[in-house]
Design a protein around this ligand. Structure first.
Ligand SMILES: [Mn+2]
Length: 384
């Protein structure tokens, strides 16, 4: 028995407002689908955030249909749960994944299905408030186990926040009963090494493309897990997706702009033959007097321009250097408080991080007009 574990494909994510980025999210998903067909897997599991939003555009719905249909034509069913991004707008609407149900996608909201002697259980994303009300999701998961009693192989799909990848997440050992053979978790976008959990494994494939939802995302490979089960042995192989776009991050100070321009040029030259797509640069710059406009002008003078061929896009993340020497400590303390306050107001960790990112950038911008322009150029900051 063979299957592919895909998660967090965020189909339809127009990162930075770019059509090319939306295409990238389709490309990697398509590569994963082709891999499933090539390796003749028995089925695919998808552990949430298939679509980037609960209201994907018609064009994006058609992309989703195309991918699921291709698997369906190869007689490969997809078992999926909804994530926080595509679960439907709170209580008012259903998940867009329902649209794909008759085309070969088996949507599991909360329960267990049997497929050729294998049991697949899934629980759609539950908000922090919902989890807090329940206090624990363990009884739900225990019922799943009951559904698949004496199962040859029992898979569990979840899209929740767990320790240690989410420092204030749920505890795996407290929440997840030990008798599942494979626990596939979505939501965390950095791929993790699978780890043994009693008789099974806990597996985080991470997102298939770069989303900037977690800190080290650009440092880990993007891909899917291929699982082969034969005579009580489970082989788990990570397969990297080659069509992802490269992201390169730089950190520098205002007086290092010319130096960094040189370094970027050298780095781009070095990877030129190995890459298929023009990279996105993320420039974390601590600025003192320079405005965003001046910074990008100086970089373009040094040859660093998003021309689509060598660089697709430059994402600036600016931090205003504090003039008062003692204030740096106060600022960070303030930031921690802001985060705490925001958390009590907003029930979504991603949104909290977005808002903080906007605040940080706003501190480095001088006027409302410049801020408006900045938001227009960085629509992904608001695209939750
Ligand atoms: Mn996600």
């Amino acid at each position: 028995m063979k299957f592919l574990h895909i998660t967090d494909t965020h189909l339809g994510y127009h990162q930075y407002g770019l059509e090319e980025r939306a295409r990238d999210f389709f490309d990697v998903f398509e590569e994963a689908v082709e891999l499933a067909i090539e390796r003749k897997v028995d089925f695919v599991i998808h552990s949430g955030d298939f679509f980037h939003t609960s209201r994907p555009s018609n064009a994006v719905i058609l992309q989703g249909i195309e991918l699921v249909k291709r698997l369906n034509d190869a007689k490969i069913p997809v078992f999926a749960i909804a994530g926080n991004h595509d679960r439907g707008n709170r209580v008012k609407d259903v998940s867009p994944l329902h649209i794909l149900k008759d085309l070969g996608l088996k949507l599991i909201e909360q329960g267990t299905v049997e497929y050729e002697g294998i049991h697949i259980s899934g629980l759609k994303y539950l908000s922090k408030i919902a989890v807090r009300k329940l206090r624990t999701i363990r009884p739900i998961l225990e019922r799943f186990l009951e559904n698949g009693k004496n199962s040859y192989f029992h898979i569990l799909m979840l899209h929740q926040e767990f320790q240690p990848v989410f420092p204030d997440g749920l505890f795996i050992s407290r929440e997840i009963p030990e008798d599942f053979d494979y626990v596939g978790i979505g939501h965390f976008h950095e791929k993790q090494e699978p780890f043994k959990y009693s008789r099974g494994y806990v597996v985080y494939p991470g997102s298939t493309e770069f989303t900037a939802y977690s800190k080290n995302e650009d440092k880990v490979p993007k891909g899917v897990f291929f699982i082969e089960r034969e005579k009580n042995r489970t082989e788990i192989e990570f397969v990297e997706l080659k069509s992802r776009r490269p992201f390169i991050q730089y950190e520098f100070k205002e007086d290092e702009v010319d130096l960094i321009a040189e370094r970027i040029k050298r780095d781009l030259e070095e990877i030129k033959d190995r890459r298929r797509k023009a990279p996105v640069l993320i420039l974390n710059c601590e600025i003192d007097n320079l405005s965003l406009k001046e910074l990008s002008t100086r970089l373009s003078k040094g040859g660093i321009v998003p021309d689509g061929e060598n660089i697709l896009y430059i994402n600036f993340r600016l931090k205003r250097k504090e003039t008062n020497k003692t204030s740096s400590v106060d600022i960070s303390a303030k930031e921690i408080d802001i985060k705490k306050e925001l958390r009590s107001l907003i029930n979504d960790e991603e949104l909290v991080d977005r808002v903080i990112e906007i605040i940080e950038n706003a501190r480095a911008i001088d006027s409302t007009d410049e801020f408006k322009k900045f938001l227009k150029e960085n629509p992904e900051l608001l695209d939750i």
